[in-house]
Design a protein around this ligand. Structure first.
Ligand code: GLY
Length: 566
């Protein structure tokens, strides 16, 4: 008899009983609940819009499209129409789809475009200039998603964003501080003052009104894809490219296509999960992490206890080492997905982890397989009464992308090109390194960490989850899942819990100050780990489905995130 299996089965039973018993009473620490629909996202204005679409009889996909456009208005640091993202969709008929609307490298891009004459990476070129912009994918992604799944008319789901841009909305305290912090960069990088620069300084409650963005959104409402990739909007983008020295051409825009991909899927204990396949590393890394951690009884080890943290970060080192070596756009490189996620390989990786001693990152190499923000991305989770759910992560990469606003268009351009490996071994803005698999090639998609995920149990929806946070996206989603499945938390508790993160290089456990006390830090140091306190890690917005039919929204208290259900 396989003892590991028995151990895992008992952990699952205890976890299941906890979750089940929680649902019988109102649980302390529960987020808002609803039985007909739930929207959780980074800004209350967008949550309201998503909820209203659900209340009008729209399905989760209608509401998700409306939320995506609303975030482009009320959460301009990451919400976007000139960025990209990924959706995981599970339909009431139990089919699961994933949509890749990731940006692409312009046709005029080249492998060494960010290197100077000395062969070194030129600081800021891939983040702070128009050369950082990839060909946007969001609008094509939303049109395709709506054509496949939408039930309400396209203009019904886009109109709320038009209204929000035209009428304005009161900015939050965090947004006022954030906009004030980029004032100088906005003035330096734009030839005329964009609406995001206030005459004085921004204060909480000030109205942000975006007339140019309202007009762009009207064109998208009326002409769908053509309202962005052709005609007036495309003309404004090209004019901006010419003015600021960018590479994107009309051909790039005309040829951009979002792609339906087969999601990564796997099991963890008695749960089944679906997440994003390459060009995101998120789903593959999550599958590796869960596969390695399944070896241990995390429930009895305890939440954020020394041993639990040790096993988790040791797994993370190995997974991020594989990511750097093997992952890239599958249309350009052969990513050995099956090999990297096979039970045999993951058990070998788990076997490399020592019980009481950290493995220095220098000694961790990518495994041998035979054929890999700024926190400014954003995630939203939506579910409806019919059993449809959308887990969506979307981004401009850095906060407000490259900080260049398309003149007359009113929207920020992304700086997603920095997610490529500018030079093998050279870290990007998140400290992530990469190799040939993620080098720049015309038309290629840059590697992502975005990890929109849907989990089912007994073929029923169990969780919709995802996070922003650059390199910390994967580990934030990973911890949230373990918090519920292994540690029996509600969705709100799991999302609110303090987090830690390891990404192989640098060899550091980064942790939110309250994630561990000094005793745990001392113990981990004595095991050979290196640690560093950091700011906020991730901003998870998630939904948990309780056995009694309630959907619980977990909105991350690290931001202005809000969960609204009915
Ligand atoms: N730009 C962050 C990511 O795609 O992972």
């Amino acid at each position: 008899m396989n003892l590991n299996f028995l151990k895992q089965a008992s952990v699952f039973v205890i976890g299941f009983m906890l979750v089940n018993s929680c649902s019988q009473q109102s649980h302390k620490g529960m987020g808002p609940t609803g039985t007909k629909g739930m929207v959780v996202c980074a800004h209350p204005e967008a949550s309201k819009i998503g909820l209203s679409i659900l209340q009008q009889g729209g399905n989760a996909m209608d509401a998700a499209v409306a939320v995506e456009f609303a975030l482009a208005v009320c959460y301009p640091s990451a919400g976007n129409i000139a960025g990209g993202g990924f959706w995981i969709v599970r339909t009431s008929g139990k089919s699961v789809y994933s949509l890749d609307y990731r940006e692409k490298a312009p046709l005029a891009s080249s492998k060494d475009m960010y290197l100077g004459p000395d062969g070194e990476v030129v600081n800021g070129l891939s983040t702070q200039t128009i050369l950082a912009a990839g060909v946007p994918g969001t609008v094509d992604g939303m049109v395709r998603a709506h054509e496949k799944f939408g039930t309400l008319p396209w203009n019904t789901v886009v109109q709320p964003a038009v209204d929000l841009a035209r009428n304005g909305f009161p900015i939050t305290k965090l947004q006022a501080a954030s906009l004030n912090s980029i004032r100088k960069a906005l003035l330096e990088r734009n030839s005329s003052k964009p609406v995001f620069v206030s005459d004085s300084i921004w204060k909480q409650g000030d109205l942000l009104i975006q007339p140019d963005l309202a007009k762009t959104l009207e064109r998208i409402r009326d002409q769908k894809r053509e309202g962005f990739y052709a005609g007036e909007t495309a003309g404004l983008i090209i004019r901006q490219m010419q003015e600021s020295g960018g590479l994107i051409t009309l051909q790039d825009l005309a040829e951009y296509e979002a792609v339906w991909r087969k999601p990564i899927n796997g099991t963890y204990r008695d749960y089944h999960f679906y997440s994003m396949a390459p060009p995101s590393s998120g789903g593959l890394a999550l599958k590796q992490l869960l596969g390695i951690l399944a070896k241990w009884d995390l429930k009895s080890l305890g939440h954020n206890q020394v041993k639990t943290i040790h096993y988790m970060v040791e797994a993370e080192k190995r997974v991020y080492a594989d990511r750097a070596e093997y992952l890239g756009d599958p249309s350009f490189v052969n990513v050995p997905v099956d090999e990297l996620t096979s039970a045999k390989y993951l058990s070998k990786r788990a076997g490399e982890i020592k019980e009481d001693k950290a493995t220095p990152s220098d000694s961790v190499r990518a495994g041998k397989v035979t054929p890999n923000e700024s926190m400014e991305t954003t995630h939203y989770s939506v579910a409806d009464r019919w059993g449809n759910a959308v887990s969506a992560t979307t981004t401009l990469n850095g906060g407000y992308g490259c900080n260049i606003v398309v003149k007359g268009g009113g929207f920020f351009l992304n700086n997603e090109m920095d997610d490529f490996s500018s030079k093998p071994g050279f870290p990007n803005v998140y400290g992530l390194i990469g190799n040939e698999a993620n080098c720049i090639q015309p038309g290629k998609r840059m590697l992502s960490c975005m990890t929109p995920t849907i989990i089912t149990k007994n073929e029923k929806l169990f969780m919709v989850v995802g996070s922003p946070g650059g390199s910390t996206i994967i580990t934030s989603v990973f911890q949230t899942i373990l918090n519920v499945i292994d540690h029996g938390m509600t969705m709100q508790q799991a999302v609110s819990e303090k987090r830690f993160h390891h990404q192989w290089r640098p060899d550091l456990i980064q942790y939110e100050p309250e994630a561990m006390d000094s005793l745990k830090v001392t113990k981990l140091l004595s095991m050979g780990h290196f640690l560093k306190k950091t700011g906020k890690i991730g901003r998870v917005d998630a939904i948990l489905f309780w056995p009694d039919g309630r959907m619980e929204g977990g909105a991350d208290p690290r931001g202005d995130d809000s969960a609204m259900g009915f």
